[in-house]
Design a protein around this ligand. Structure first.
Ligand code: M6R
Length: 617
């Protein structure tokens, strides 16, 4: 985050970092620029933001007169999360400071060049070179200006870098450059901001400007000037943030994840609203013709983590409704295996942040191969939707907890909307059938509300009972399989517990060897009213593990009496259509992981080693 204005910069920056902390939290730092000081004042601390607050408080009133500065929360890529590697970094004279998101891939060559010239670097990071290089550019051509110096340097950098610079001799100016990692500008009254996320400045202004790829912004109190990496004025896209401060706060909940779990009915309703117009499914941005959509003969879904699990569910819906083959792939693997893509391939990229580097690179690869790209995203105007041919936004609102919850269920319904749009376009579903499916999706919000009312408390109790377990396995079949994978991912990331999700049928091919006395195994049962064979097969799987001593925690449709005798613990969910079941079955698993983490004394919103937005490959 960067700030130039009339308020004490230190307060603005620490307040903004508090809202950005979820993006990275292994260390943090601020730099402030005070008129007439020859150096930029920097405070840094390893650990959570509270450490930095302690350090700045201990520093006393020194920099409280500064009205400009910048701050950073780090997720380490090069160099351990220590005080010396925390950002900001300064050049040797202390005149220029920099903060950075991303990776400067040619930093080793630049570092060697600086060291050959006798410069001593003070950190192990790839970032620090940028401060030295800008200081040198300023010294070499003082009259060219701060922005020109930054432009000169960013043109030498390779990789993904979003950088913000301050210069002690310019206490009223901040310069930032964007390549890949997100950056938005906030325009206030006599003050301007720049940050990775509008949440950083939402306390002060809701008027924002999005920076595009390879753009530089120069901030002063009067406003922001945006240029490209050649120095030409660049077109900008101003927007008004349509959510307010309350949406970014805990609202009486103990932690954000809890609030976000409870917000799911509203997130689902908001994501679906307005997408059925005159009996037809409409997307948000559609730069593909109906004919181009009809020509699609193959779909790839690319995504990471939880979004990948939403993608697995897309496969069941799209293949069933549209009769098009769908492959789902982890985005980081996609482009390296040379997938067969052409104009008649649709690549659906799912990303709540819209900035995940792995997914973005998969999108770019797909477009280079002439495939059509449709993005499902929760962040308006983020890079992935910008580079896509069509976009469907999930309207889950800001998700601060690192673990994806409401964005996951919203992604699932968004995937289903895409399936319905394709089905209507290809004529594999009549419009009355499309409407019926759409209304079933709308009703899913009530089913999720019901499960929140009935299953949360028993699940919490169960989580507290199992918090001491060494491992938990998750089993499912058909649409229950991605739910099992997602349940395991949540438990791993929040409770740091060994957790694995399996297709229940795979158990006998190896994983059943893991079953031992009292091992908790969570089973996602299909509806007894669905395909009889599926239900019967899973019942057999439960018996197999129970016979080997497992403690079976079964998530089943209410009224499914056949499963009761085999469940050590039964969590009932409302009866819903097959494709909706993942929405209701996921909720207890989200609550379970959060509660186990809490019982083990971990920070539910900020699990170790993770960051909300992963902008490096
Ligand atoms: O922003 P994205 O949806 O692209 O993020 C993808 C993953 O990093 C994300 O879903 C991650 O797996 C979640 N934190 C898991 O809860």
């Amino acid at each position: 985050m960067g700030y130039v204005g009339w308020r004490p910069a230190r307060d603005v920056l620490l307040g903004g970092l508090r809202r950005l902390e979820y993006r990275g939290y292994d260390s943090a730092g601020i730099a402030t620029v005070t008129p007439d000081s020859p150096t930029v004042e920097v405070h840094r601390a390893a650990g959570p933001l509270d450490e930095l607050v302690r350090v700045t408080d201990a520093a006393g009133e020194g920099d409280t007169v500064a009205r400009a500065g910048m701050g950073h929360t780090r997720w380490a890529t090069h160099g351990a999360p220590t005080d010396r590697n925390a950002h900001p970094h300064r050049d040797a004279s202390g005149r220029v400071a920099v903060i950075h998101n991303g990776i400067i891939e040619n930093f080793a060559a630049l570092r060697a060049e600086l060291e050959d010239d006798g410069v001593e670097l003070a950190s192990d990071t790839d970032t620090e070179v940028a401060a030295h290089l800008v200081a040198r550019a300023l010294d070499a051509e003082p009259e060219a200006g701060f922005t020109a110096a930054v432009r000169h340097v960013v043109n030498r950098l390779e990789g993904a870098f979003t950088l913000v610079f301050t210069d002690a001799r310019r206490p009223d100016e901040i310069v930032a450059a964007r390549r890949s990692s997100p950056l938005v500008v906030g325009i206030g009254d006599g003050e301007t901001f720049v940050a990775s996320d509008v949440a950083a400045f939402i306390d002060h202004t809701r008027d924002a400007v999005e920076l595009g790829q390879d753009q530089i912004v120069t901030l002063t109190r009067e406003g922001a000037v945006v240029t490209d990496f050649h120095g030409d004025l660049a077109p900008t896209r101003p927007f008004h943030v349509d959510w307010d401060i309350a949406a970014a706060e805990k609202g009486g909940h103990d932690f954000f994840m809890q609030k976000e779990i409870e917000e799911q009915p509203a997130a689902l309703a908001d994501t679906l609203r307005g997408h059925l117009v005159d009996g037809r499914i409409v997307l948000d941005e559609q730069r593909l013709s109906d004919q181009e959509l009809r020509d699609i003969d193959k779909v790839f879904v690319v995504a990471c983590g939880t979004a990948y699990h939403a993608g697995l569910l897309a496969k069941y819906a799209i293949e069933h409704w549209c009769r098009i083959p769908v492959e789902v792939e982890v985005a980081s693997e996609f482009r390296y295996r040379d997938p067969v893509l052409d104009r008649s391939t649709l690549v659906v990229a799912i990303s709540q942040s819209g900035e995940t580097a792995d997914t973005l690179e998969a999108v770019r690869h797909a477009r280079e191969q002439k495939a059509r790209v449709l993005a499902i995203c929760n962040t308006n105007g983020a890079q992935i939707p910008r580079e896509s041919d069509a976009v469907l936004y999930t309207h889950a609102g800001p998700e601060v907890g690192v673990a994806a919850t409401k964005t996951f269920t919203s992604q699932v319904v968004a995937c289903y909307l895409v399936g319905l749009a394709l089905a209507q376009n290809r004529g594999t579903k009549y419009s009355d059938e499309v409407e019926r499916e759409y209304h079933a999706l709308v009703e899913s919000a009530d089913a999720v509300k019901e499960v929140l009312a009935s299953a949360v408390e028993p699940t919490r109790q169960l989580a507290r009972d199992l918090a001491g377990s060494k491992a938990v396995l998750f089993l499912g079949r058909h649409v229950g399989y991605p739910v099992a994978l997602e349940g395991a991912l949540k438990l791993k990331e929040l409770a740091y517990m060994h957790a694995e999700g399996f297709a229940a049928g795979e158990l006998k091919h190896g994983p059943i060897a893991l079953i031992e006395q009292d091992l908790p195994v969570v089973v996602v049962m299909p509806s007894p009213k669905g395909r009889a064979t599926l239900h019967a097969k899973l019942l057999s799987n439960i018996r197999e593990i129970q016979a080997r001593g497992a403690r079976t925690i079964v998530i089943a449709e209410e009224g499914d009496e056949t499963v009761r005798p085999f469940a050590s613990v039964l969590i009932e969910t409302p009866a819903v259509p097959t494709l909706i079941q993942p929405l209701v079955a996921s909720v207890p698993l989200q609550v379970f992981s959060a509660e186990v983490a809490r019982a083990r004394g971990y920070d539910v919103d900020k699990p170790r080693n993770l960051a909300k937005s992963v902008t490096v490959e």
